[in-house]
Design a protein around this ligand. Sequence first.
Ligand code: FAD
Length: 453
Amino acid sequence: MTKKYFSDPDLKDKLIIIGGGFAGLRVARFASQKGMYQTLMIDTKDYWEYTPGVPRAIIQPDREKFLVVPHSRNIKSENFLRGQVTEVHADYIIVDEEYQIQYNLLVIASGSRYPSVTGGNVKKRVKKTQPTTGQAGSMKDQFSDSTQRLNSIQLEAEKIKNSKHIVVIGGGAVGVELMGEICTKYPNKMLTIIHAHQLLLNNLSSPEECHKVVKKFFQTQNVNMRLGERVRNAKWENGKYLITTNAAIHNKIEADKVYFCAGYIPNSEFMRKNFDNVLNEKGFIKVDKNFQVEGQTNMYAIGDVISSSEDKTAYAAGEHAKSFISNLKYIKAGQLNKRKAYKPMPSPQPLMAISLGVTRGIFLFKGIIVSTKSMAIKMKSTFEASLCGDFNQDKAILKIDFNKKLRDEVKDSTGKEPASETEEDGNEESIKGVYSALSAMQQQAPEDDDIFH
Ligand SMILES: Cc1cc2nc3c(=O)[nH]c(=O)nc-3n(C[C@H](O)[C@H](O)[C@H](O)COP(=O)(O)OP(=O)(O)OC[C@H]3O[C@@H](n4cnc5c(N)ncnc54)[C@H](O)[C@@H]3O)c2cc1C
């Protein structure tokens, strides 16, 4: 059962990181480069994926290759193990129910997932080599390798093309973006978005204004909006999805394709056996202001998997990682009182860029809609470029001419030349505010965190 993964098990403290997403990969890369610990990152996938780009990739699958970065490009093979952590014990973990690996310090960064029509539970012992079935193209895929992921996104694009009725469940940022992509490309399909609240994007600042923009856009694209309606049940039956909602009448919906974009589920099942007490009622891990797991001295948790007041975003996960990294030397030295507490971001996040297909979007800054047209789209692309570039060592995506790319994508998706740049609706004062906020954000990166520069 025991397998030695660390080259020199007795020489140095051993740091294990569970999960190689926005939070975990950042910590693993930093720790393995600094050499303070013997570092091992364990991930069920062999790649990092830029999830904010997935809704568009499902429509334009050629984009996926820019979004998927094999872990081998970011960390050395000796610092990475592909596998599923199935149990956590006080000083060791179990991987694939087979291997026992010791640690001195554990960082849990296993993220979250959306439910799936087939139940939404992570199956135990999913074989590493087993291709994903049924869930191909799922919004976050936990069990594919990078080649399978590229293929599954391609397959998903085909399925969407061949579907007559597509349903998106959830009208938050991810659901709205996904439907925005689908309805832009396929305005003549039957499309439905189901949202439990009366306002789409109800979790953003200025929800009424954002809702108005999205509603108008969806109306022009013939999207059927079922607002204030909750999904009670969804199943796959006789070659169709069957959804039942709580509506008083017409509460059964048949669809060829359904996407769940609501109800994050934490990937924390491996804590149940020995650390059930550190999980909140939904399974998120309870941590203190330094990300230390409640009541545990050698365990930290960051990213989507933690219980926190913040929005679950890639940006927040990255900020958690940066904060943890800046405290790592104190944790190593046992100088816990020197750690700098993390200051949670306000919820809703002040800076948000939501795309509505390729020509429209919402760029929101401190409750003000700065732009709904090209600037919103460019902002989304800029975030994408900076985050992908950070994790992609050849920085391929940074070399892209975004103005050209935007024009090409609009043409590709709508068959028309895009509207001219003069259509911009940006408010100059707000734009200035945005740029100064962005540069302030960049300056906040901790000194120790040299991977950002
Ligand atoms: C379609 C979509 C669009 C999104 N768009 C945006 C956006 O525009 N902006 C934004 O800020 N955020 C967006 N998000 C949210 C963002 O993706 C998450 O907040 C972010 O991924 C959280 O990072 P993380 O590192 O905590 O977890 P993840 O990125 O989920 O990484 C966790 C990793 O842990 C692995 N793992 C899980 N369980 C185990 C286990 N038992 N053993 C080993 N490995 C395990 C997973 O496979 C995964 O690789 C979007 C999410 C989705 C799904």
